[in-house]
Design a protein. Structure first.
Lengths: 271, 538
């Protein structure tokens, strides 16, 4: 609608290229529209948070209770940390969601690194704990669903090979680190947890911040890992994706084993 | 001539007449009947372990067939291209034409993936069966005169098979094989002074360059197979000339071969066996994935995946490198001597050298110049068997070291303690294996001797009139006893002055070695001993 006067303006004389007939009028109009809707949206959502802030506070209180009961022994009642465990101030909701949501925390036993065990809390309880820890200091937040949607699997695969494969193995099968520590296998890990691991760097993993790997590329990496999860191995059973070691063991034990069995059968004397 | 008689009584059919005419036509022009007559009556003894070499031969044929298929589609070039095939996670990624054509072979060419997997599994089986075949030859002493040369040729075949395997593994130019090549590049560069020059010669400049795939392709499909086939021909020819060994048994002597002739029984069996081996390989290849290069991605010198290993037959070399403690470098002025890489190379070369020349070492120690056509039972040559066990152990330890990281993750150990344990095992393992094997062999020989002399426990308990209980021992029959008592007996060589009345240092060394070899021995049961034991029973 705004275009119509503009097209006539272009046809007409120089004097009329002002005011609402200016060539940039469309751009200005769009800008105003965007700012208007954006502002309205922001206004609407802030009014919504005002409504939910009571809920959020309840969640934080719930988290605080859970924290005091399950985590404070090692991490301290004020999250300040003890000789047993690090301070949690400023680790962010993402860190809590990863550690507790994958069952690594509460710690099953001290060891080279936190081992996964069955998740101890319900999803709401995990979120409550995360909200509580996040409320004590700013830190990485739990990623939203649209942050996990990668568009370029090929680029994700390449970034995975360059940044992740040296520890997690090129097929995400996991690998050994020093002193009994290890990079775990990545098959079946949820997209949220992969994203959280990249931004918080749990255990021995380095932090891949947004300057290092952009959020889009993180999503691409996740889409590659999901591709590996969802695509059956094309060449048959994958033997754990461990490469030549499992292939070599297979040919010696089952391949040559079968062949030797056959040679014994062929040369057996009939009784 | 009997066929001529038969022809008079029964009129040959049209088909029979044609066969007869064709056979005659060929024979008149090639005189092949002489060869067939000679070869067709070649005798092969029957024992399962005598078929391991055949397995190697048949898997080699499978490799040739599947490999030929792949040459139609594979492009041995490192020209960079952008992949545009069916595999989504690599679409648009820059890679060499070799990698792209391997992906096409896997995803876009009908039967290509099966052929790739058949080729790779057959290659693993090829080297594995060669290894097992060599162990059979070694532990039965089948490398002794007159077969030492054939052992050497067999060894060359083993090395060629490894070289074939490694060059083939490098061809797809994927991440895993590129990492493997980088290790070989490191091994080459570790050679003092000439290392760097050889590396530049091999790769046509700085690693990885753009030449190596093309060069390895020529090696892999032309040069190495040509040498391999030639050596294989000589290997089989010598097998026919030397005849096959056989295990001791009634009627089997050093001067005959007891078994079935090639024509027709053995040929039918062997032909069938070829198809069984082929079938097993295809079955494995269709059910189990091997070398998924699409997961590894194209080669790029920066990423190295965790759990990067070579194919199993190069594993011992990788393991030897992993066992070297840190800091083994010497700086001599401007040069760095990389002992951490060079020493393992030397150890590997020495290991292979000992394997190659073992028949000559043993012949020198025993001073035995006779021909041997009866295969030893491993227990009857305790020292040789013990040396073999020590060799297998040191190979296995190096092999295991190549998967130290997987051992650590799968058994929940720390990689350092795995490495330290394997380092200790590298030195202690062969010694323990030697001692234990030798004792086990001697004990088994004693048991054989006991059984030959006093029979085996029948499990029948008899109470004598005086109240004593005895278990009745049954005597073996003659056939079974033969297997237990007929083996060569060696004694340590006596140190005697030669014709000039001197004792040379060489002779001293030899008599010491001979004492080491034969000092602990169980003499075979003699006829008189058997007779005596029979009288004692009555």
């Amino acid at each position: 609608m705004a275009n119509k006067p503009d097209t006539t303006a272009q046809k007409s004389t120089v004097r009329r290229d002002r005011g609402r007939r200016h060539p940039l009028a469309t751009v200005a109009l769009i800008l105003v529209g965007l700012v208007g809707t954006g502002g309205a949206y922001a206004l609407f959502t802030t009014s919504a948070t005002a409504e939910t802030s009571a809920q959020a506070q309840a969640q934080i209180d719930e988290g605080a209770k859970l924290f005091a009961a399950n985590c404070a022994t090692c991490h301290g009642l004020n999250l300040q940390g003890t000789t047993q465990a690090p301070s949690l101030i400023g680790v962010g909701a993402a860190s809590v969601d990863f550690q507790v949501g994958t069952g690594r925390m509460p710690l099953a036993a001290t060891g080279p690194q936190a081992e996964q065990k069955p998740v101890q809390f319900t999803d709401e309880q995990v979120k409550a704990l995360a909200a509580y820890v996040a409320s004590t200091g700013p830190g990485p937040a739990i990623p939203t669903a649209d942050q996990l949607e990668g568009k370029n699997t090929a680029e994700g695969a390449e970034l995975f090979r360059i940044n992740c494969a040296m520890c997690h193995n090129v097929a995400g099968a996991g690998g050994a680190l020093t002193g009994g520590k290890f990079a775990p296998p990545l098959a079946g890990v949820s997209a949220t947890h992969i994203y959280e691991a990249m931004i918080t760097g749990p255990q021995n993993m380095p932090v891949f911040n947004d300057a290092n790997i952009s959020p889009e590329d993180k999503a691409n990496i996740i889409s590659y890992l999901k591709y590996l999860d969802e695509t059956p191995s094309v060449g048959g059973y994958g033997l754990g994706n461990l490469g030549p070691v499992s292939e070599g063991l297979f040919i010696w034990i089952f391949g040559l084993g079968a062949i030797v069995g056959i040679t014994i059968w062929l040369t057996a004397k009939s009784n | 001539m009997s066929t001529a008689d038969a022809a008079q009584t029964v009129e040959p059919t049209k088909g029979q007449r044609f066969t007869g005419w064709a056979a005659n036509y060929v024979d008149e022009r090639t005189s092949i009947s002489g060869l067939v007559k000679e070869l067709g009556r070649k005798i092969f003894p029957d024992h399962w372990s005598f078929m391991l070499g055949e397995v190697a031969l048949y898997s080699f044929i499978v490799i040739l067939l599947s490999g030929t298929f792949m040459t139609f589609f594979f492009q041995a070039s490192m020209t960079p291209v952008f992949y545009d095939g069916s595999y989504v996670p690599l679409k648009g990624i820059e890679m060499s034409a070799a990698m792209a054509s391997t992906l096409d072979l896997s995803f876009d060419i009908r039967g290509g993936l099966l052929m790739r997997q058949v080729h790779h599994w057959a290659a693993l089986l090829f080297v594995a069966s060669i290894g097992l075949h060599m162990l059979r030859i070694y532990f039965t002493g089948a490398f002794r005169k007159p077969r030492e040369i054939n052992w050497l040729i067999g060894f060359v075949l083993f090395v060629l098979a490894m070289a074939e395997g490694f060059t083939g593994y490098s061809l797809p130019d994927d991440l895993l094989s590129g990492n493997g090549l980088r290790i070989i590049d490191g091994l080459v560069k570790g050679i003092p002074i000439i290392g760097t020059w050889i590396s530049y010669l091999l790769f046509g400049g700085e690693f990885p360059g753009e030449d190596v795939v093309g060069r390895f392709y020529v090696l892999h499909i032309l040069l190495l197979p040509a040498i391999l086939v030639a050596a294989l021909g000589v290997h089989m020819l010598l097998l026919i000339i030397n005849k096959h060994t056989q295990f001791a048994g009634p009627g089997r002597t050093n001067d005959n071969v007891v078994g079935v002739p090639i024509m027709p029984v053995f040929a039918a069996k062997a032909g069938g066996f070829f198809f069984i081996v082929f079938g097993v390989i295809v079955l494995i290849a269709s059910l189990f994935q091997i070398n998924p290069v699409w997961t590894y991605g194209p080669y790029d010198p920066s990423p190295v995946s965790a759990g990067t290993q070579p194919d199993w037959y190069i594993g011992f070399a990788d393991g030897a490198l992993r066992l070297v403690p840190p800091g083994w470098e010497l700086e001599l002025g401007a040069f760095t001597l990389s002992l951490n890489v060079f020493l393992p190379t030397i150890v590997l070369m020495l290991f292979l050298l000992v394997v190659a020349i073992y028949p000559f070492i043993e012949a020198w120690i025993t001073g035995d110049k006779r021909e041997h056509h009866i295969a030893d039972r491993p227990r009857n040559a305790p020292t040789r068997t013990a040396i073999g066990a020590a060799g297998v152990t040191s190979y296995a330890v190096m092999w295991g070291a190549a998967s130290s990281d997987l051992i650590a993750t799968h058994f929940k150990l720390s990689i350092e303690s795995v490495t330290y344990s394997i380092q200790a095992l590298f030195f202690l393992g062969p010694i323990i294996a030697y001692i234990v094997t030798k004792r086990v062999c001697l004990a088994l020989q004693k048991k054989d001797r006991e059984i030959a002399l006093h029979g085996y426990e029948s499990g029948r308990i008899v109470r004598l009139p005086n109240g004593e209980y005895i278990e009745v021992h049954e005597q073996l029959d003659e056939y079974d006893r033969w297997k237990l008592v007929s083996y060569e007996d060696y004694k340590p060589l006596m140190l005697r002055p030669d014709a000039k009345g001197r004792i040379t240092n060489g002779q001293r060394l030899r008599s010491r070695a001979s004492r080491w070899f034969f000092e602990d021995r169980i003499a075979p049961v003699t006829r008189t001993e058997i007779e005596k034991s029979k009288h004692a029973e009555h």
